[in-house]
Design a protein around this ligand. Structure first.
Ligand SMILES: [Zn+2]
Length: 396
């Protein structure tokens, strides 16, 4: 026989206490029968529904009917009843508990289990498996880190991005035309020998300019971009390049270059110097000095190597009593090659607005691996490509 709120004729303290006791005992026995969400909802509605819930009935039948002189007393008891009912309804509310099943060391899909716990009354665990024990140590998953070479390339790119340069990329398998011819390396020119090129086999039946090779520098992307975009342009080109170099402490058949190109209508050598000086100070600190010395590249004229004052020994050539190896005690380190774009290069993209009589520009390129080696004091380039976690995690 379900509990109903009795009408009171006797409002004495003892009669009220007895009525409240009966109500609480009904509340306890009904809450024990709550096993799932649906049970709980009907339990809640039965006791707390605004329209005809037990609390509402208590209000109507006990408080409103009470004679004036005991109203205050009854009011206090009704408030206590309300507080206790609300607490009980809240405390036995089933909670969603996620438990994890381990299967051969692998975490499988979490399975929701419904559990109800009550401050009063028993704890009800409705379904297996075990709930999550938050005191167990978790599974340690090391967080990966950016590879030091990628980190260095990203830093370089971000300096140029702030100067308004955009990023361009191109294929690693390139044609002879883009890798050499259009960059002013004519067929049979001796400058080609310096590139130690890896050619793709069985290409002899094709015309020379269509033969495939692994690009030896990121410079083909300069031509590809000038074919695509009209001047002015300002781009940086990060990427992998390949040369027939046997691996040793400072050589690898695959390495990373990053180069840049700026073309506009009135670019002068001073723009090149100012840009690169700003770049290297942003990358290595404002105290480094820069110096340019003449050099040769087929696609730039004039060409230069930029040297920076050694940021390892501070330009002194010594580290304590030991000679500084990275700068070979000279106090200067060669960091990049650069120059004004050779007008012959513009001839190849003349039809897209690059008339060598009207436009000028500068280009520069550097080895990202070499910069990373200098920056992190790594003594063997091979460490970058062996995938040894003990080495790589030092950069995390
Ligand atoms: Zn030095």
């Amino acid at each position: 026989m379900p509990y109903t709120v009795p009408k009171l004729t006797d409002f004495s303290a003892s009669a009220l206490a007895s009525a409240v006791r009966d109500l609480f005992s009904a509340l306890d026995s009904e809450s024990v029968a709550v096993h799932n969400d649906a049970d709980w909802k009907s339990f809640r509605d039965r006791w707390m529904a605004r329209k005809n819930g037990i609390l509402t009935q208590v209000n109507d039948v006990w408080l409103k009917a009470a004679p004036k002189e005991v109203k205050r007393d009854v009011g206090q008891r009704v408030n206590a009843v309300r507080a206790r009912v609300e607490e009980q309804v809240d405390s036995i509310r089933p909670k969603r508990v996620f438990s994890f099943r381990r299967s051969e060391g692998r975490v499988v899909e979490p399975e929701p289990a419904v559990a109800a716990t009550g401050a009063r009354g028993p704890t009800v665990i409705i379904s297996e498996p075990r709930p999550l024990d938050i005191s167990l140590p978790g599974i340690h998953r090391p967080i990966g880190a950016e590879h030091p070479v990628i980190q260095t390339m990203n830093e370089i790119v971000s300096v140029f991005r702030n100067l308004g340069y955009s990023v361009e990329e191109g294929p690693e398998i390139e044609t002879d035309y883009y890798n050499f011819e259009s960059l002013n390396f004519p067929p049979n020119h001796p400058a080609r020998d310096t590139q130690d090129t890896l050619f793709i086999a069985n290409q002899e039946s094709k015309p020379l300019r269509e033969r495939l090779l692994l690009r030896t520098h990121t410079s083909p992307v300069q031509i590809r971009t000038m074919e695509k975009l009209k001047p002015p342009i300002r781009i940086v080109i990060p990427g992998k390049v390949y040369r027939n170099d046997p691996p040793d402490a400072s050589h690898s058949p695959m390495f990373h270059q990053i180069e840049g190109l700026a073309v506009d209508y009135n670019i002068k050598f001073g723009d090149l110097k100012g840009t690169l000086d700003h770049f290297i100070k942003a990358l290595l600190g404002s105290s480094v000095k820069t110096r340019f010395k003449p050099s040769f590249f087929p696609f730039t004229e004039p060409s230069a190597e930029m040297m920076v004052s050694c940021f390892i020994c501070g330009g002194s050539g010594w580290r304590g009593n030991d000679p500084c190896r990275p700068c070979k005690q000279s106090g200067w380190i060669e960091i990049l090659g650069c120059g004004m774009v050779d007008p012959n290069v513009f001839e190849f993209v003349k039809d897209n607005g690059y008339d060598p009589k009207k436009v000028s520009g500068f280009a520069f390129g550097m080895g990202a691996d070499r910069l990373a080696i200098l920056k992190y004091g790594v003594d063997d380039i091979q460490l970058f490509f062996q995938g040894d976690v003990r080495f790589l995690e030092q950069f995390g």
